[in-house]
Design a protein around this ligand. Structure first.
Ligand code: MIC
Ligand code: SF4
Length: 639
């Protein structure tokens, strides 16, 4: 038998409709063991699920509330109430506000080694730390997976990351993934699954592994995975889920696309410099830079071990800058309290915040104007913090602690490695609200407050697209640039207002007005961009809102994986320049046309006298979806 990688073993055991794994790039269909959303993507996902006519979901499904929790006014509470009642009816477990960050809480309670899963959030890949194959997707694809228990994806390339050695004192799992980002870059993971292996793996705890898989999203990777071993068993036992354990690893002679070697003992504390997680440098090169704020937490670094290490460094001392801490879950927060760290953190002057995304998604905790915030989070895209001219650098919890004490970027100076006291995890399964049994659910009411708007209807694709280049953008445009979150999060269930108030405001405040005027004059909007367009979040609003504003095609040098699927799902034609040099021939304001009557044929961009060859960024199975005007009209027509 051919020796298999761990990824191949899991994919093989979940294949639907074929027996053999095809070469990289070909579409595979797999069964999905779990599908989940969080509140910021969940309302749209649930509206689509309802529009599909689904009355009960197939796989284990969970709706978490963690992103939009400020409850200033009726909008967030309306969303939460809708999610709670629709979950009960459709057979979905509901994780209310305060229970914890989706990826963290998911890992604690639901993920088992060997499982497959998709979630409406790019950091769903976090679950790879427990030997499971989880991927981020847009809300429509998650709704479809909840309805069918299946998901399609291009067969990924599999790259082995061979870990040797052991982390030195003051160096953390965050530094391992920052090293990977330095080596691979923010688009180097596209179409790839990173499989961690080698003797260094055994030295990393499960939550350390999850820090590493979590930020695989920042390399554009499909996902990342660790083997399931004694560390996995230990973690599951601690969570009273010992029976969920099974050992899993790649076969000895498994073949990989390539191998990356990382010696853990050679790593030093690193920092990702604003404005990209890919700008990785040594802490020592930035030591002494003044900081105005420190934030610890996010789905990347909010485990008990992270918080306890942070608290140990602060013990008996006071922070000198505004320092905010977001525990990953109520379970972690209770363990922090029981072990005495809550008191010592307060005594050190730390602001202990709610168990949720918080400052990571710009829900409060913005730094001051022109300030520098050091964060243990995974993203530092422009303006994501909510302060337009503030900068954010990404660091480990120990660097965060050292810097909070000095008010400057500082490496952790330790005489000996930090040892944490024995402490038992606190189990918090009581926070979950279980769905109503199917028979009773038929009569249960779904409560839709005024913030829950109807989904917009979209027409089929015309034969010819004609209109203006509404925006010409550069490389690495993130979904935070396209459709900012932060203060706009309460508009996630209100497409019209979210589009009018937020779309592309980060790059051009006139965008939505110009787009609506062009749309209402009968034109089709075009967006032109460079490499890695749509990096970052899985938010489908970054396609849905531009579509509402009349955008019909996006032409770029290269797309990020989840975003291109979202464009197709909302009927925007994703296209690539056949020759990247042609990007220079197009300007904002140009009038363009494309004959899209035959999406299988050659596609040519007509720009005045110029005829510019294009390549599809969509696959054959996407063509009928695009023609129908998007996934939902396509689904409704065929069911
Ligand atoms: C993010 O970190 O950008 C988010 C907010 O979690 C997004 C999801 C969203 O936009 O709702 C993600 O990572 O997919
Ligand atoms: Fe939440 Fe931040 Fe993680 Fe996104 S990256 S899920 S906003 S904690």
């Amino acid at each position: 038998m051919k020796p298999l990688s761990l990824t191949e073993k899991i994919l093989q055991s979940h294949l639907v409709g074929q027996d053999e794994l095809p070469p990289a790039g070909e579409i595979i269909r797999i069964s999905i063991d779990e599908a989940f959303t969080q509140d910021a993507t969940g309302t749209m996902c649930m509206l689509q699920l309802e529009a599909m006519g689904v009355t009960r979901v197939k796989p284990l499904s969970v709706n978490f509330v963690d992103h939009s929790m400020m409850q200033v006014g009726f909008r967030n509470p309306d969303d939460h109430q809708y999610l709670k009642t629709v979950s009960a009816k459709l057979g979905i477990i509901f994780s209310p506000a305060g229970t914890g960050i989706c990826h963290f809480t998911n890992m604690e309670n639901f993920v088992k080694p060997g499982m497959t899963g998709i979630g409406a959030d790019s950091h769903t890949v976090n679950a790879g730390g427990a030997g499971a194959l989880f991927m981020g997707a847009g809300g429509y694809d998650v709704a479809l997976a909840m309805a069918t228990g299946e998901y399609s994806l291009p067969m990924p390339k599999i790259v082995k990351v061979n870990l040797t050695g052991r982390l030195n004192k003051g160096v953390m799992a965050m530094d391992v993934i920052l090293k990977m980002l330095e080596l691979v870059g923010v688009k180097g993971g596209k179409g790839t699954i990173f499989e961690y292996a080698g003797p260094g793996v055994a030295t990393l705890s499960l939550t350390e592994r999850a820090t590493i898989t979590n930020m695989g999203a920042e390399m554009g990777a499909t996902t990342s995975i660790f083997p399931s071993d004694e560390q996995t068993r230990e973690y599951l036992k601690g969570r009273e889920r010992g029976e969920d354990y099974q050992p899993l690893a790649a076969d000895e002679q498994a073949q990989y696309e390539r191998v990356i070697d990382i010696d853990l003992s050679a790593l030093e504390p690193l920092i990702a410099i604003y404005p990209s997680p890919g700008n990785v440098e040594k802490i020592s090169d930035h030591a002494g830079t003044k900081v105005q704020q420190v934030c610890v937490g996010s789905c990347t670094n909010s485990s008990f071990e992270n918080i306890a290490s942070f608290a140990e460094m602060l013990k008996g001392k006071r922070v000198v800058v505004d320092t905010l801490l977001y525990p990953g879950s109520r379970s972690v927060a209770m363990q922090v309290a029981e072990s005495g760290y809550l008191t010592s953190l307060y005594a050190s002057g730390v602001r202990v915040m709610e168990n949720g995304c918080g400052a990571c998604i710009g829900q409060g905790g913005s730094p001051p104007s022109g300030g520098l915030s050091l964060r243990t989070f995974n993203r530092n895209f422009p303006k994501r913090s909510g302060t337009d001219d503030a900068e954010v650098h990404l660091v480990s919890p120990l660097v965060a602690a050292a810097s909070a004490l000095t008010g400057e970027v500082s490496a952790p100076e330790l005489d000996a490695p930090i040892t944490l006291p024995q402490s038992k995890p606190v189990i918090d399964t009581a926070s979950f609200i279980m769905p109503i049994p199917p028979q009773e659910a038929l009569d249960s009411e779904v409560i839709r407050g005024p913030n829950i708007m109807k989904l917009p209807d979209f027409e089929a694709l015309p034969e010819r697209l004609e209109g203006e280049v509404l925006l010409k953008l550069g490389d690495n445009i993130s979904t935070d640039d396209i459709q900012p979150a932060g203060a706009f999060l309460p508009l996630r269930s209100n497409v019209k207002q979210y589009a009018l108030q937020a779309t592309f405001t980060m790059v051009d405040k006139t965008f939505s007005k110009r787009a609506v005027a062009a749309r209402d004059a009968g034109g089709h909007g075009f967006i032109v961009g460079g490499e890695n367009y749509g990096q970052g979040s899985s938010r489908e609003h970054a396609a849905l809102c531009p579509r509402w504003l009349g955008v019909k095609a996006v032409i770029v040098a290269q797309f990020a994986r989840i975003h291109v699927a979202n464009l197709v799902n909302f009927g925007i034609v994703p296209l690539l320049f056949a020759d990247v040099a042609d990007y220079d021939k197009i300007n904002q304001g140009d009038q363009l046309a494309i004959d899209v009557s035959n999406l299988e044929g050659d596609l040519v961009l007509e720009a005045g006298e110029q005829k510019i060859p294009l390549k599809p960024a969509f696959g054959p199975k996407d063509i009928p979806v695009l023609k129908a005007g998007g996934a939902l009209p396509f689904f409704k027509f065929h069911n």
